[in-house]
Design a protein around this ligand. Structure first.
Ligand code: MG
Length: 288
């Protein structure tokens, strides 16, 4: 099942998506997909009694427009991308080798999330090296700590697409990744959330186009650390909660991988597509 957070007038609702369109609404008390995920975790049945009449042609928001906690992210998690990033000169973690021996975990602030069609906005005076990263993102459905990789998928509610937008120059200068990946508007998410039963992690294609030029094209089977390993690593000491989001890392083909780098500029259109998850599109513009 696909669930979207939509806005219609002043009301925010959760809609069931079929063939790309909202076909039913959940009860009014659910105002985002993470509301639904948390309610289900507490034993409610939010998918009962759907309203199928008068479905508004609402604007899509990010399925989880304001996560309760930072979005967890994994760095350098595809082999080819690990090599392109380490050899770019922008990787402050390169001294430990191109391919990490444990998942590199960082996070983005919740306020960086924007929805499908929203603009990625940046000030060229703050960063002159904005990059895109198409990623499969996990939505946690069941609370847990010390989750083993064998049980990890029992804790997954579903998936969505995240664009882990990055200010490469800031990422390099500050020697850590949090700030340069947390700028306002730097976490496009969507177009909706898809339950885990519809996603085959052993064969999920991840692609990104910039102005219709295919830049990233990979498969989640090529992840260095797969979803169960990532969940095991984070949850070893950090409790994961329903509604938490984990972006699993980006494949090769980001702007920094080109010689010279091909950063985003105002007017660029970004399209990201992941099997079974849909298409996430955003444009880039300068602040002011
Ligand atoms: Mg990333």
């Amino acid at each position: 099942m696909k669930l979207a957070t939509i806005v219609h007038g002043d009301a925010r609702r959760v809609a069931v998506i079929e063939d790309g369109h909202p076909t039913a609404l959940l009860a009014e008390r659910y105002t985002s997909v993470d509301d639904v995920v948390r309610a289900a975790a507490e034993g409610a049945s939010p998918l009962e009694n759907l309203h199928r009449d008068d479905i508004p042609a609402g604007r899509l928001l990010a399925p989880i427009p304001r996560p309760r906690r930072n979005v967890f992210c994994v760095g350098k998690n595809y082999y080819e991308h690990a090599h392109e990033f380490s050899s770019s000169g922008f990787d402050s973690s390169a001294a430990s080798g191109a391919v990490p021996d444990a998942p590199i975990i960082f996070s983005k602030v919740p306020e960086s999330v924007i929805g499908p069609g929203d603009d990625i906005v940046f000030d060229p005076a703050v960063s002159a090296a904005i990059d895109y990263e198409a990623e499969l993102a996990v939505i946690i459905g069941r609370q847990g700590r010390g989750i083993t990789r064998e049980r990890a998928l029992d804790h997954v509610w579903g998936y969505t697409i995240v664009n882990d937008v990055t200010a490469r120059d800031v990422q390099q200068r500050l020697k850590q990744w949090h700030v340069g990946k947390s700028f306002d508007t730097f976490c496009p998410m969507g177009p909706w959330a898809v339950t885990a039963d519809e996603v085959d992690l052993s064969d999920t294609r991840v692609r990104a186009w910039i102005n219709d030029e295919l830049r990233q094209d990979a498969n989640t089977r090529d992840l260095i650390f797969d979803v169960p390993a990532i969940i095991e690593t984070i949850s070893a000491g950090v409790t994961l909660y329903p509604g938490d989001v984990i972006a699993t890392g980006t494949p090769a083909g980001v702007g920094i991988g080109f010689r010279p780098p091909r950063y985003l500029v105002a007017g660029d259109r970004i399209r990201m597509e992941i099997s079974a998850l849909g298409t996430l599109e955003n444009s880039v513009r300068n602040a002011g």
